[in-house]
Design a protein around this ligand. Sequence first.
Ligand SMILES: [Zn+2]
Ligand SMILES: [Zn+2]
Ligand SMILES: [Zn+2]
Length: 139
Amino acid sequence: MKTAKIESLLQKSNVRPTAMRILVYNFLLENEAAKSLTDLENYFDKSDRTTLYRTIKTFEDKGVVHQIDDGTGTTKYALCEQGCNCQIETDLHLHFYCNICDETVCLTDRKIPNINLPDGYTAEDANLVIKGRCEKCPE
Ligand SMILES: [Zn+2]
Ligand SMILES: [Zn+2]
Ligand SMILES: [Zn+2]
């Protein structure tokens, strides 16, 4: 994606498009699988962890990325769709973790089904991870 396009997408989310933010955005965009802070650190080996952490935190606060807890113990991040508000009813989708390649992807068009909670319970977040073998891993 062109830098100018990323700039305008970030601006739309009220994120000032610094060089670092554009690079991180582009990295997440080019990778289908969700990435952890460690993945970012390894890729941007000249940047310090604090800067990367702040970049991801800003993205998260502004709804540019969402966190994924895929049960591996490592928090991963993936880009949100345009207009995503990370709302349980409308935006949260299933995630798929591949047991073979250890990658987690967003199944953006598979929304989390409406779950009927008992009286008095309020859902604030939801995390639904399907585990198995992805399309890239042969049987
Ligand atoms: Zn979102
Ligand atoms: Zn796989
Ligand atoms: Zn996702």
